[in-house]
Design a protein around this ligand. Structure first.
Ligand code: ATP
Length: 554
């Protein structure tokens, strides 16, 4: 590890990236920095630049709570709790707090070799491996030894990665561009390799080693899912395609990729996590399939030919009950709607019509179900399919272009979705309060925010939608991620994503987004989404102006 590059170089490059608003300059700065690194260092640097301490999809994260970080900062700098709080109120960012406080470090390390990227990665690995009873103290020790050795600007980025709050404006597309520029790849090749590898660090490593052209989809390495564009009406959809399209039921469950090779089967979530052990029936349902294959589809709670409420699945995902019980309470079926590999060959570049034919062949002999499809071209036909889907208990439709390729990780125009509600917003909880009456003693009121560039802006407060059990569990988690405790109210680390339904959006002075959701209710806790996946101000504004049009028309 000794020849690994100094971490200071990366921290300074990230400072330069952060200080410019120009996307080109961000890309140029990072690519210049990456150029000089060897593959192993490029992997660590690119991953850290993306705000992650571990590869996307890896089972364990180097999670360290705010409270641990604050404690370490106090110990190392000797600043009081009040001093830290004041600094936090000034900056609103724990990384910047670390930078400010570390200027006056009290303790000095026993030896003071500069930190390298390798040291950093080793510490992250240690943090990931520490689990269970007694791990909190050990984690604090690892963080403390890092912070002790860190210069102020290094401390800032250590904390930023450990809290997942990078805020440098380096979105995934810019990172792909910087890697392309550093290693003389086209942007398209860089983006494609990223989708297949699923992790920006691996991309940088392979690119630095000059090894990108041979990257292919392969079993047991999940790829990013294709997403659907929302459209408001059947009429818009008919116009969008202007030709015959496939209308599939929109199944309400958990998106999942099923990989099969050499007799074993694994299931991956939308976050590319391995969720096989939660769904052994899906492994069974693939029995009888042949050859290496990768399927895309939805795991749906399903029994007697009908879908069951989605909430049943959440207990299974959180492993709140034993498997036998879970399978009885929430039996599931896998509804496949796409195929990315068939007989060991990648199929993503084939038109959907071909992929569907292959999928049909593959599931023959298995108990995997095919998503139901109707051929539609007119507004009337789309509306009829939509009503049928709703009557059967599904959420709406995903309408697909038969000629479209599978666009990994993209919200391509090849797939559009139609739902009944005005819409829902995925937002992150940023503060919470204890309830009253029946809800006294539990944290049941949640203030949530959407994304506005690098910032979070609050847009509402919800009191309803969750069951008592869910509120209990929420209370426990919110306590764990509390940043500041004001007694009845807490500011929490933005981490829990909720899908919020509402009646309309109003202008509001109460929330810093300038809008408020009217009659918000939590539809579900989105364990499959992280804060990077929440909805943006653009979406809020577009729903707001759309609803204005409707009112005006009336
Ligand atoms: P998005 O996934 O578009 O960010 P979201 O997670 O809120 O938004 P929805 O708006 O509900 O999801 O719609 C897209 C999701 O619908 C897909 O990610 C997938 O999980 C699900 N889905 C259900 N049925 C289908 C289908 N037949 N084809 C494609 N996706 C489907």
């Amino acid at each position: 590890m000794k020849q690994s590059a100094a971490f200071l170089g990366l921290a300074e490059a990230l400072e330069r990236v952060r200080s410019t608003t120009s996307k080109n300059q961000k890309v140029e700065t990072l690519s210049e920095y990456l150029k000089g690194l060897k593959p192993e260092d490029a992997e660590i640097a690119a991953r850290v630049a993306s705000g992650r301490s571990s590869a996307r999809g890896s089972k364990d994260e180097a999670q360290v709570g705010y409270s641990t970080l604050l404690e370490v900062l106090r110990e190392v700098t000797g600043v009081t709790q009040e001093g830290v709080s004041k600094s936090y109120l000034r900056h609103g960012d724990l990384g910047e707090v670390a930078e400010e406080l570390l200027e006056e470090k009290k303790e000095q390390p026993l030896f003071s070799d500069p930190l390298t990227l390798g040291d950093l990665d080793e510490a992250f690995q240690r943090l990931r491996s520490l689990k269970g009873h007694g791990s909190a103290a050990a984690k604090r020790g690892v963080v403390k030894s890092l912070i002790l050795r860190a210069t102020p600007v290094e401390g800032k980025y250590v904390v930023k990665v450990l809290t997942g709050e990078m805020r440098t404006g380096l979105v995934s597309g810019l990172l792909e561009e910087a890697i392309a520029a550093a290693y003389s790849l086209t942007k398209a090749d860089s983006a494609r390799a990223h989708m297949i590898l699923g992790d920006i660090g691996l991309l940088a490593r392979q690119a630095a080693a000059g090894d990108v052209s041979g990257i292919k989809i392969r079993p047991f390495r999940p790829v990013n899912f294709m997403l659907a564009e929302p459209l408001a009406t059947a009429g818009e959809i008919a116009e969008h395609f202007g030709k015959a399209a496939y209308a599939e039921y929109k199944y309400d469950g958990v998106r999942a990729q099923v990989h099969r090779a050499g007799g074993s089967v694994r299931v991956y979530s939308r976050r590319l996590e391995d969720i096989t052990s939660s769904f052994p029936e899906i492994v069974d349902s693939m029995k009888g399939s042949e050859g290496d294959c990768i399927l895309d589809g939805e795991i749906v709670p399903f029994s007697d030919g009908r879908p069951l409420p989605f909430q049943l699945l959440q207990r299974r995902l959180r492993r709140m009950e034993k498997f036998a019980e879970a399978a009885k309470n929430a039996p599931v079926s896998y509804f496949a709607f796409d195929i990315l590999m068939f007989g060991g060959e990648e199929t993503t570049n084939q038109p959907l019509s071909n992929r569907r034919a292959l999928l049909r062949r593959l599931v023959r002999g298995t108990t995997v179900r095919l998503a139901e499809t109707a051929d539609v071209s007119t507004e009337g036909e789309i509306n009829a399919a939509f009503r049928r889907s709703r009557e059967l208990g599904y959420e709406g439709l995903v309408v697909k272009d038969p000629d479209s390729v599978y666009a990994m990780g993209r919200r391509g125009s090849g797939w559009v979705k139609l739902k009944e509600e005005l819409d829902t917003i995925d937002a992150v909880i940023v503060a919470a309060e204890y309830g009253h009456g029946k809800r006294a003693g539990v944290i049941s009121d949640y203030t949530f925010a959407v994304r506005d560039g690098d910032e979070l802006k609050t847009i509402g407060k919800a009191y309803s939608g969750l069951t008592d059990k869910e509120i209990e569990e929420m209370t426990r988690r919110l306590k764990e991620i509390t940043i500041k405790d004001f007694g009845y109210r807490r500011k929490v680390k933005p981490e829990i994503v909720v899908e919020v339904a509402f009646d309309s959006i109003q202008l509001s002075e109460r929330h810093d987004s300038g809008y408020a959701l009217r009659f918000p209710r939590i539809k579900r806790i989105r364990t499959d989404k992280g804060v990077a996946d929440i909805d943006t101000m653009e979406k809020v504004e577009s729903i707001f102006s759309g609803q204005r049009l409707k009112v005006d028309e009336r």
